[in-house]
Every structure is written in C-alpha cells, then in structure tokens.
Design a protein around this ligand. Structure first.
Ligand SMILES: C[S@@+](CC[C@H](N)C(=O)[O-])C[C@H]1O[C@@H](n2cnc3c(N)ncnc32)[C@H](O)[C@@H]1O
Length: 238
C-alpha cells in the first residue's frame, strides 16, 4: 500500500518520476526507519505515515515557480533529510546542500545517499549562525527550504543570509502561520527579505493542510546577521 500512496500523490501534483527514482524513495524510507532504531531521526515509524508526513509534505511545493528556477538549494536543519532528500530525488538536475548542527544525522544521510547513488546531495555540518558567515556559503544559494526548525523570525535569521539577492526562501509551516508572520515582519525586513505570499497547501485525502511562506530576498543581508549562535532563538529580531 505505502508506495501506492506516493504514486497517487505524485499523480495529483503532476510529478513524473520513473521506477528507479520511486525505488530510491522506498529504500531511503526503509533505511531511515532501520537507522531510527539506533539514532533518533524521526518520530514517525509507520510507512504510510512516513510517506505522507515526510515525502508528500516535502514535495508539496513542486509546482512553485521558485523551486523550478533555482539551481542551488540549501535545506537548513534537515534532520533526517526533509524536505531536502525528496526534493533532490524529484529534481535531479539541481544541487542540494543539506545542513544540520547534528553530525550523527548527516553521517547517516551521507551513508544512505552514497548507497542509493543520490549524487546531487551534499551535507554540511554546523550551526546556521556560524556557517552563514562563511564566504563559501553566504548569499550563494538560489533557494533555501526549511521545515520544523524554529519560529519564523528566528528561522529567517538562520536562512536569509544564505540566499542570493533575487533568490527565495520557502518556510514550511503549519496551519497557524499567521501569528508567526505577524511577529516576523520586522525581522524579515531587517534581513533583506519580503514576504511574497503565504500558500495554503493541501492535498485531498492526505491529511495535509499546511502553509508555505514564500519570502523573496530583495537586499543583501547586513554582515551583522545572523547574530552569534543561540541569540536568534533566545532573542528573535523584532
Ligand atoms: C525538528 S528537526 C526537523 C528536521 C527536518 N527538517 C524535518 O522536518 O523532519 C530540527 C532540526 O534542525 C536542526 N537545527 C536546529 N537549530 C539549528 C541551527 N541553528 N543550525 C543548524 N541546524 C539546526 C536540529 O539539529 C534538527 O535536526
């Protein structure tokens, strides 16, 4: 049943991918669930739920123009590889950098991507607050994606510094994004961004009802951001 759920959702979203790719989705899930018995990667242990909450939720932005025009994407706080891995599988021509502060999780992603021959993904270890100041990564990405990492004001301070001027940020949020948006307006402005729109994404029959907040990067981010590690979450910009 599990993989049928994914096929059906891909049909609804107009995602076309061949059996080789679908097989990678299946194997990645099996291997994450196997690793999950030793290292905490996800709270989800049921395959059908995994497909809905990790796979379908990750690719729900498939029809957004922002992702189609991007060549180089960073996933900040990727954890077990979401949304980065599912996006990398359906967009094999784009380069994905999956970043997290927990090395153990990234080691597992490295192992799984190498076993499955997923060649458009690299991992990056560190805290967003530190890495965003490195020359190699600052304002180098066309698109940043992030799910379940921090409130929008904090998250914007982590993510906007990675994005090139003219690029975009997709913040995966729950249904109650309104409050976060209100509290993050000033932070997003200070960081050189502007909310372009809030897209309610849902797929009938999948129990998914989320918001993706689309932020445009209009100006370069001032060198003083992000502030030192820990500060963006303790004292979000207001
Ligand atoms: C709740 S998990 C979400 C994982 C994944 N994005 C998902 O949706 O399944 C949050 C992840 O963000 C990472 N994280 C939190 N703060 C971070 C920071 N400042 N820099 C880098 N990674 C961070 C954590 O290590 C963790 O793996």
């Amino acid at each position: 049943m599990s993989m049928e759920i994914l096929r059906e959702a891909f049909n609804q979203l107009n995602i076309s991918c061949d059996e080789i790719v679908l097989n990678k989705f299946e194997k990645y899930m099996e291997m994450v669930l196997e690793w999950n018995e030793k290292v905490n990667l996800t709270a989800i242990t049921d395959q059908d739920e995994f497909i809905k909450k990790h796979y379908i939720d990750s690719v729900i932005c498939y029809n957004f123009s922002e992702i189609h025009k991007a060549e180089c994407v960073i996933d900040v706080g990727t954890g077990g590889g979401f949304p980065g891995i599912p996006l990398a599988l359906i967009f094999p021509e784009k380069k994905f950098v999956l970043m997290d502060s927990l090395k153990k999780r990234l080691n597992i992603i490295d192992d799984l991507t190498s076993q499955l021959g997923i060649t458009n993904v690299v991992t990056l270890h560190g805290r967003a607050e530190d890495i965003a100041h490195s020359k190699e990564h600052r304002e180098k990405y066309d698109l940043c994606v992030s799910r379940a990492v921090a409130n929008l004001a904090t998250l914007s301070e982590y993510c906007l510094p990675f994005i090139k001027r003219g690029g975009n940020f997709l913040a995966y949020k729950g249904v109650k994004a309104e409050e976060e948006i209100k509290e993050a307006h000033k932070a997003i402005f200070l960081l050189g961004g502007k909310i372009s729109r809030e897209e309610r994404v849902s797929l009938p029959g999948y129990d998914l009802d989320h918001n993706i907040i689309v932020i445009d990067k209009l100006q370069n981010t001032s060198a003083k951001y992000p502030r030192k590690a820990g500060t963006p979450s303790k004292e979000p910009l207001k």
